[in-house]
Write a protein that binds this ligand. Structure first.
Ligand SMILES: Nc1ncnc2c1ncn2[C@@H]1O[C@H](COP(=O)(O)OP(=O)(O)OP(=O)(O)O)[C@@H](O)[C@H]1O
Ligand SMILES: [Mg+2]
Length: 287
């Protein structure tokens, strides 16, 4: 799409958003969309309340209400079509719901923000399919992510500062890829591509990390290392993991939310979820 058309469409969308009755007036104040405006004082990172998304009358999300605490590692499970990806699309601004509220912390209205504003505010999303730059090294992938980060914006030609190098080293260590820094990303194993992708997100220092299908297609060892990684990432930030592999979910989960037909069917510990008759009927029984 050419930039002028894109700009026009954005303006049109903003005008529409502006006049929606369920919209608060903070759209007029850009400050409320920056990181400085984040307020986690109530211990809640994400509020989704009464979110409904319809596709031609079919409700992919149906009055969905869900809260994620700061520092929490939350697993979301649910059968194919339960609405997991649609939920991620709403949180990241890819999709506007028909109704409901979505807040990042106490005061940041996600429904008044576009995708890049949401990502800059500190919500990172890892998609199912890795999107690393295949022809670049591991280090270069991280460096590019750092240069794209608006909060530390540096031109592509400027040399990295010591602080920036330290940040890249730190992230390499977190994802266990210090030794792999010179490898070409396209040649990495499936598992390592996934970790690099998480590293690319971590460079941007998100407060909320959304991770879809992190261990699909991974070896047993890769799955175990991924579990350790995701557990270690929570605490400092909130991590929401969507995954079908129940063994994996059991190995990392503190709280599990079961989605069914676009709403929360059950929420609790893995033991509580597995003992829940409704969950067994609609999900686990068939798994
Ligand atoms: N763009 C779209 N147009 C029409 N229907 C859609 C669209 N996107 C999703 N849906 C429908 O909404 C429902 C929820 O889909 P969603 O992708 O959120 O499910 P999911 O829980 O992520 O499933 P899976 O486990 O298969 O990834 C499905 O019935 C799907 O077919
Ligand atoms: Mg999905």
């Amino acid at each position: 799409m050419n930039p002028v058309t894109q700009k026009m469409q954005q303006m049109l969308q903003r005008t529409r958003d502006y006049w929606r009755t369920d919209r608060s007036w903070d759209i007029a104040n850009p400050h409320l969309r920056s990181r400085d405006a984040l307020d986690f004082s109530h211990g809640i990172a994400l509020y989704l309340e009464g979110i409904t998304v319809s596709f031609d009358g079919f409700r992919a999300l149906n009055d969905l209400t869900l809260y994620v605490r700061t520092g929490e590692l939350r697993c979301i499970i649910g059968a194919n079509g339960a609405g997991k990806t649609t939920m991620m699309d709403v949180i990241t601004g890819k999709l506007r719901p028909d109704s409901g509220q979505a807040y990042f912390g106490q005061s940041m209205n996600l429904l008044a923000m576009n995708e890049s504003e949401i990502s800059e505010a500190g919500i990172g999303r890892k998609f199912q399919k890795p999107t690393v730059l295949a022809n670049f090294s591991v280090f270069d992938n991280l460096e590019l992510s750092l240069r794209m980060d608006k909060s530390v914006f540096s031109s592509l030609t400027a040399r990295l500062t010591g602080e920036q190098r330290d940040r890249i080293e730190e992230v390499l260590a977190i994802v266990g890829m210090t030794e792999d820094r010179h490898l070409i990303a396209g040649n990495l194993s499936h598992g390592k591509k996934q970790w690099l992708e998480i590293g690319i997100l971590l460079i941007q220092d998100p407060y909320l990390l959304l991770v879809e299908a992190p261990v699909a297609g991974m070896t047993v060892e890769g799955t175990e290392l991924s579990a350790e990684l995701l557990v270690s990432l929570a605490g400092e930030r909130s991590v929401v993991v969507v995954e079908h592999d129940m063994e994996f979910v059991r190995s990392i989960a503190r709280t599990v939310t079961v989605l069914h037909q676009g709403s929360v069917l059950a929420e609790g510990s893995m033991d509580e979820i597995q003992a829940d008759a409704r969950v067994r009927e609609v999900y686990l029984g068939k798994a």
